[in-house]
Write a protein that binds this ligand. Sequence first.
Ligand code: PLP
Length: 408
Amino acid sequence: MNESIRNKMKKNFSGLQGGLFTTVAKADVGSAYHDLQKQGVSMMGWADPFYPDPSIPGHLLDRAVEILKGGFPSHYTMPIGNEELKEEIAKKLARENHMTVDPKRNIIITPGSDSGLLYAMMPFIGEGDEVLVPDPSYPSNFLNAELLGGKSIPVPLKADDNYRIDISAFEEKLTSKTKMVLLTNPNNPTTTVFLREDLEQLARFVCQHDLICVVDQAFESTIFDGREMISIATLPGMEERTVSVFSISKGMGLSGFRVGYLVACDTIMDVLFGGAVNVLGATNTLSQLMAIEAFRNPQFVEEYNSKHDRRRKYAYEVFSKVPGVKINMPESSFMCWLDVSELGDSTEIVNYLIREARVACNDGKAYGPQGAGCLRLIIGCYWEDQKSFDAIERMADALRGLAKAKGM
Ligand SMILES: Cc1ncc(COP(=O)(O)O)c(C=O)c1O
């Protein structure tokens, strides 16, 4: 590595490790994770529904062929996104999120929601700004503020109450530099769907201290047991100070399309429109045209959700019987969160499970300080339920082996 070139970089970038000079254990950095797949390990640390099996619904496949034959996808879409797609999204926002927006003014299409998340923060966060990030939550939430020169401040969730919001913890972390609350709802990795009363408290906190809220709702369409999904932007005082981040990767299982979208008021969106070509380029034209079809005919999402429902029940049933493992019934998404702290260090357990169970899951430490001692397991991988069940059983057997060795 050329140190003198590296030293010219900004401090918040020069420390990044992409796997070229060191081995990086993170699933989404470098190639170490895919190397495991080549060795036949089950990839259960990759939040990609039905990965690695083919899963494009038939009507979308037909539509893709039709669109390609039409020839238009060789051209750009405007950097702010396809208008027809935004009209479909506005209908969905009204129907499902109770958000009334003007598709021409309040929606921008992004190449997936990861880039959207960073872009949503970019106009607000710079040197010295502090971003309150619930802990545990999505790893990008902690890195994004740092990439922009700011500081992410982990705010512990209530671990003993399925990681609900603890407003007193937010108050404790508030300083004169606090600029933003960055929330993932439903939360990845804990699957928590935040309660209306907790979000109302958080919204009051945000308004009272004149903060901005960025909320990532990537998992909003996979929610179980009739829980209520509240979009925080709809709560009093929040519309003007919230950027809502959405994706078709998770609920619609279309991660490879790379389509996400941001929703915000005119004041914020004017700036996001203004910088779109420089920061986002433009989202893939074919993907956007296919996404229109997905929003018009989204019935396949129900089938996906019933698969995820079967799997969470199976995983809960199996892991809750393993000594030394604690699991809450997943409230959303296609993952489960296991507290294995009684069995040892979570990093060592991840490596042990790769060796013994041929399963790769995520070390909870990546999700914030409170994640230490926990594992995140994606149970929504593979198209066939049985393949996921088999991997769950292998993992449970290996964990039972650990418990036995500890005399549990
Ligand atoms: C909470 C959350 N937000 C956003 C993303 C990014 O998804 P995409 O860029 O595919 O929309 C992920 C992916 O794992 C995620 O877990």
